[in-house]
Design a protein around this ligand. Structure first.
Ligand code: HSE
Length: 306
C-alpha cells in the first residue's frame, strides 16, 4: 500500500463540565485526507481544498503531527498529505484535531501500523499545540478512538474510552465567526475558587457514571459548567437565548463546543435533537450572521479508511 484515503471526523471537546478532559466524536462532518508515500524523504502538504490552511509543513498541524511521529518512527519514505477540509478552522468543532489525527493515523497505516490508535494521540498533540499554543487531547482522543473519551493524564497518556447511551444525540450550531482557541484560552481565569472546582469535578464524575448507567436525568444534571462558560459565553452571539431555547425544547444539556463559537446540546432521541436544532436556528435566523446546523449521532468509530 503506498497511499491511503481517510475520513477524520469533527469532535466536541469539554462537554460542559470536562474542560480539557472530556470529548465526543461527531458523525456528519470531518476532513477527508489522502496520504501518499513518496521516495523523497520528509513531509509535504501537496494540496488543501475547502478551508485555507498553511501549505508550509512547519505551520500546518497535519505535517507537524506527522513530523513528530517520524521523529520516533523514522521512515526511508516521505509522505505527501492532501487535505479536503470541511471543518472550518476556529469553529470549535475540532478542525485541527481532525487534520493532526488524520495525518498520524494515515502514516501509521502506511508504515504497517506499528502503533495503536491510543498511542497515536501523543504525536497528534504536536499539531494541537501548534494550533492552540497548549497541549490538550480532548478533541484528539474521540477522533482517534470514537465515542466519548476522558483524558485522565496527558503525561502518562492515560486516556479512557467511555460508553455512549444508545439514544444520545447531539445538536450543533456553528455561527460562522472565527474564534481562535488560543484567544479563547487566553481570556480564562488562571485560578478558580475551591468551591467551584469541587462543584465542577463532582459533575465530571456524575457525567461519567451517567454514561455507564444510561441515566439521562443524571446526564442532564451534570451537563453544567460554572468555570469556563461564564468567560467564553460572552464571545458567542445570543448565547443565553440559544441555551434557553435548547433546554426549553427538551435538550438534556447545552454548552460551548470546545472553545466555541459552535455550541452543542445533547438530547435523548433524534426527534428531540432535531427540535432543539430548529429552536436554536430560530434564534440566529433574524441576525445578519451565517451559521450551519448539524444533528449528529455519537460516532463510535472515529477515523475511518475510505
Ligand atoms: N479544551 C480545549 C479548550 C478544546 O476548550 O480550549 C479546544 O477545542
Amino acid at each position: 500500500m503506498d497511499s491511503i484515503a481517510i475520513f477524520s471526523p469533527g469532535s466536541v471537546a469539554n462537554v460542559c463540565c470536562g474542560f480539557d478532559v472530556l470529548g465526543f466524536c461527531l458523525d456528519p462532518i470531518g476532513d477527508r485526507m489522502i496520504v501518499r508515500q513518496s521516495k523523497t524523504p520528509g513531509i509535504r502538504i501537496s494540496d488543501v481544498k475547502g478551508f485555507k490552511v498553511p501549505l508550509n509543513p512547519k505551520k500546518n498541524v497535519a505535517s507537524v503531527a506527522a513530523e513528530a511521529l517520524l521523529k520516533d518512527y523514522p521512515s526511508k519514505f516521505g509522505y505527501e498529505i492532501e487535505i479536503d477540509k470541511t471543518i472550518k478552522p476556529g469553529s470549535g468543532l475540532g478542525s485541527s484535531a481532525s487534520s493532526a489525527s488524520g495525518a498520524v493515523f494515515a502514516i501509521n497505516e502506511l508504515m504497517g501500523s506499528p502503533l495503536d490508535r491510543k498511542q497515536l494521540i501523543q504525536y497528534a498533540l504536536a499539531g494541537e499545540r501548534l494550533a492552540s499554543g497548549a497541549k490538550h487531547a480532548d478533541n484528539l482522543a474521540p477522533v482517534l478512538l470514537g465515542g466519548f473519551t476522558l483524558v485522565r493524564c496527558l503525561e502518562s497518556m492515560d486516556v479512557l474510552p467511555l460508553p455512549t447511551p444508545n439514544e444520545l444525540v447531539a445538536s450543533i450550531v456553528h455561527p460562522k465567526i472565527e474564534l481562535k482557541t488560543s484567544y479563547a484560552r487566553a481570556i480564562l481565569k488562571k485560578e478558580v475558587f475551591l468551591q467551584d472546582a469541587v462543584h465542577q469535578w463532582a459533575n465530571v464524575g456524575a457525567f461519567v457514571s451517567a454514561l455507564y448507567t444510561n441515566d439521562y436525568d443524571l446526564i442532564s444534571r451534570s451537563l453544567e459548567d460554572i468555570i469556563i462558560e461564564p468567560n467564553r459565553s460572552m464571545l458567542i452571539p445570543e448565547y443565553d437565548a440559544l441555551k434557553s431555547s435548547a433546554l426549553e425544547s427538551g435538550a438534556l444539556g447545552f454548552g460551548i463546543s470546545g472553545s466555541g463559537p459552535s455550541v452543542f446540546a445533547l438530547s435523548q432521541g433524534t426527534k428531540t435533537a432535531k427540535k432543539v436544532v430548529q429552536s436554536m436556528s430560530d434564534i440566529l435566523a433574524p441576525l445578519d450572521l451565517a451559521f450551519d446546523t448539524y444533528v449528529s449521532n455519537i460516532n463510535q468509530k472515529g477515523i475511518q479508511i475510505i
